[in-house]
Every structure is written in structure tokens, then in C-alpha cells.
Design a protein around this ligand. Structure first.
Ligand code: SF4
Length: 389
């Protein structure tokens, strides 16, 4: 031992602390075991973090003082930094949070009565470049960690005093439908969803946690082996030719493969009555004609599903336009006549730019693709256009 080692005290030792917020029950159990602690500590600490909103170990009063001090030296509970919060006239709320590295993302809460749905992001930006989506325009920055995904729920629930499971839950549903393609961040997303459903964390029902995908088929083929959350697919077109233009990923995994994979997911679920949700964003004179509706009805005839129609929200840099009400209702009626359950997503939070397709955030974009996009814009070439899945 050198003289310097001999005089170091604890405060001088630079220990990289682990963030407990995104740890699954199993990972926390391994962590406490490594500290020589009993497994029941896992439940205690999960409840403090996720249900009581306590992030200071010193306030965890049912842990021994020794353990609290030990935790403070090797662990931390780190949340996204809340930058701003806005509330729409219709009650929709939006939080802007800053993540490690400085990028910001947005999380949106859409109320329905005294309950509601939280839309969370899984990546900073997105690599899939759907032509009608604001997020894709930013390019891809990085995957979110499990803590950053769960942290969005924590921040929103804390702001609405909705963490405590013994009280009425204001956030009754979570959809992974914000920025990013969740299946391209598979492990972190699965861990985050498991925490959302865990009894010692947020305790949401598996039917009320929904993963929405543009169709990363190999990952979707695996999803049913590790979770049984609700599934939504972002279809947006009734044939490959049109979908290739709207969702470029379709060129790799065409509609037939996506539907086969989605049906495979359903077949793995124990409850055979469950259905997928087909998301269809309607853009004026692009995919909103009666023949598109009839083609969609024929396409989905063997897929247990309900259909969610989403009027496109125009945004700067987008050439697409909102569907007319006439075309929207005509489209819906054709599907209903064909026997489908159809929901219309009403536009919410327009006044705070929280509507679907407006989750652009303030991402620090570092991708070459985005630089190319801007160069195209400068040259006056046709722009790509975008919306979250
Ligand atoms: S629609 Fe979804 S998958 Fe497509 S670019 Fe936007 S965030 Fe990515």
C-alpha cells in the first residue's frame, strides 16, 4: 500500500455509482446480494423509488442506517431532469425532460375523465425515417436506457401525484408511441415495460401497456417469448407500394411478413381473445380514399384486430395535409360496415404541440442523415415528412 492509498478516506474514492431506477427485480436482487444484503431489500427499495417517489436513500426509513450509508456510496437514483411542463386547454400535459448528454425528449399525457394515457419515448430521434413523421426528421441519436424510459413515467406520475398505488391512478395506460422505434431498443424497452407492470413498481395491467411498432419483424417474432403487453402496429397503408413510400422499413419487411409476425405474437399469448391495434394515419389524398379503406378491410380479414384511425397533424417541413372530415368518416364507415371495431383518435394538445406527430423535442442531432436532409432542403429537393408511430 502506498502512502497515498493509506490516507484516502471514503469521500475521496471516486466510485462510479449504479443507477437503481431502471433495474429489474432480478438485477436489483443481484445487486443487493453483491452487497451482502437480503433479497427482501429489493421490494423495499423498489417501492420507495417507484411508488413513493423517494430518491434519497437517507429518507428510506425502513432500511438500516448502515445500509443507507452503503447505498449512498455505491448507488444513486437518477431521473431525467424536468425542463418544462405545459398543459393544454383540453387537459393534455407535456413534459420536456433533459437526459444524460443534454438531449431533451417529450412525454405526453392525454386525459380521459379521471384517467388517461401516457405516451413515452424509447429512443432519442429515430432511424426509420417514416415520410410523415416529425421525429424521423431529426435522425437517430441514441437508445434510451431503461431508467430513462421508466423515468418518463416517474416524472409524469410524480407531477400528477399519481405514483401511490393505493390512490386512484391518473395514469392508467402507457403507450410506447413517442419518439423512436421500441423494437430497435428491445432489451431496455422490455425491462422498462416489466417495471411498469411490476406490483412493487407501477403495477399497470399488461393490457394497459402498449408497444407500438413500425414492423421490425425479427424483433417482433421474439417479443412474445418475453412479454405479453398489448401490441399496436403502425400500418398507415393497405398495400406495399404505398407503404414503401410512407414507412421505408416496409421495403425490408413487407406487410404480409408484418401481419404474419403480429399474428404469431397473438398466438403466443395465453388469452386467445386478445387483438392487436392497427394504427392508420390518414393523410389527405394520400391514403384516405374509399378504395384504400376497402383494400385495408380485405387485407386485415384474417388478423384479429381493431383499427385506430389517426388524422394526420401537419407540421412545419411536412407537405402532407390533414384528412377532411368527410373522407375520415367515409373511411371509418367502410371499415365498420366490413365488421371492424374502429376508433378515431381525436386531436389533442394542439396548442402545446403535443398532438401525434409533433413530438419533435429538442434533440441534439448528430447524424449524417440529418445533415443530408438539411442539404436536400437547401437545394430545394423534395423533403421527407414524418410522425411518431
Ligand atoms: S413514425 Fe415511429 S418508426 Fe417512423 S420515423 Fe417516426 S418515430 Fe420512427
Amino acid at each position: 500500500m502506498t502512502t497515498k492509498d493509506a490516507v484516502l478516506d471514503d469521500s475521496e474514492v471516486n466510485v462510479e455509482k449504479v443507477n437503481l431506477l431502471g433495474m429489474s427485480e432480478e438485477k436489483l436482487a443481484a445487486f443487493f446480494e453483491s452487497l451482502g444484503e437480503k433479497r427482501f431489500r429489493v421490494k423495499q427499495v423498489m417501492q420507495w423509488m417507484h411508488q413513493r417517489g423517494v430518491i434519497d436513500f437517507d429518507a428510506m426509513s425502513d432500511l438500516s442506517k448502515v445500509l443507507r450509508a452503503k447505498l449512498a456510496t455505491v448507488a444513486e437514483i437518477t431521473l431525467p431532469e424536468l425542463v418544462s411542463e405545459q398543459t393544454s386547454e383540453d387537459g393534455t400535459r407535456k413534459w420536456l425532460v433533459r437526459l444524460a448528454g443534454g438531449s431533451c425528449i417529450e412525454t405526453v399525457y392525454i386525459p380521459e375523465g379521471n384517467r388517461g394515457t401516457l405516451c413515452v419515448s424509447s429512443q432519442i430521434g429515430c432511424s426509420l425515417d417514416c415520410s410523415f413523421c416529425a421525429t424521423g426528421k431529426q435522425g437517430f441519436n441514441r437508445d434510451l436506457t431503461t431508467a430513462e424510459i421508466v423515468g418518463q413515467l416517474w416524472v409524469a406520475a410524480k407531477a400528477m401525484d399519481s405514483l401511490d398505488p393505493t390512490k386512484d391512478r391518473v395514469i392508467s395506460n402507457v403507450v410506447l408511441m413517442g419518439m423512436g422505434e421500441p423494437l430497435l431498443n428491445f432489451d431496455n424497452v422490455v425491462d422498462a415495460m416489466n417495471l411498469m407492470m411490476h406490483d412493487c413498481a407501477y403495477g399497470l395491467s399488461k393490457r394497459r401497456v402498449t408497444l407500438s411498432t413500425a414492423g421490425v419483424v425479427p424483433a417482433l417474432d421474439k417479443l412474445g417469448d418475453v412479454t405479453d403487453v398489448s401490441l399496436a402496429i403502425s400500418l398507415h397503408a393497405p398495400n406495399d407500394e404505398l407503404r414503401n413510400q410512407l414507412v421505408p422499413l416496409n421495403r425490408k419487411y413487407p406487410i404480409a411478413e408484418l401481419l404474419r409476425s403480429a399474428q404469431g405474437y397473438l398466438e403466443k399469448l395465453p388469452d386467445k381473445r386478445r387483438k392487436i391495434t392497427v394504427e392508420y394515419t390518414l393523410m389527405r389524398e394520400i391514403n384516405d380514399r374509399p378504395e384504400h379503406a376497402r383494400e385495408l378491410a380485405a387485407l386485415l380479414v384474417d388478423t384479429p384486430c381493431k383499427i385506430n384511425l389517426i388524422p394526420f397533424n401537419p407540421f412545419d417541413q411536412s407537405d402532407y395535409q390533414r384528412v377532411s372530415n368527410n373522407a375520415l368518416y367515409r373511411f371509418r364507415d367502410i371499415l365498420i360496415e366490413a365488421g371492424y371495431t374502429v376508433t378515431l383518435r381525436s386531436t389533442r394538445g394542439d396548442d402545446i404541440d403535443a398532438a401525434c406527430g409533433q413530438l419533435a423535442g429538442q434533440v441534439n442531432d448528430r447524424t449524417k442523415r440529418s445533415q443530408r436532409y438539411r442539404q436536400q432542403q437547401d437545394k430545394g429537393l423534395e423533403a421527407v415528412r414524418i410522425i411518431p408511430s
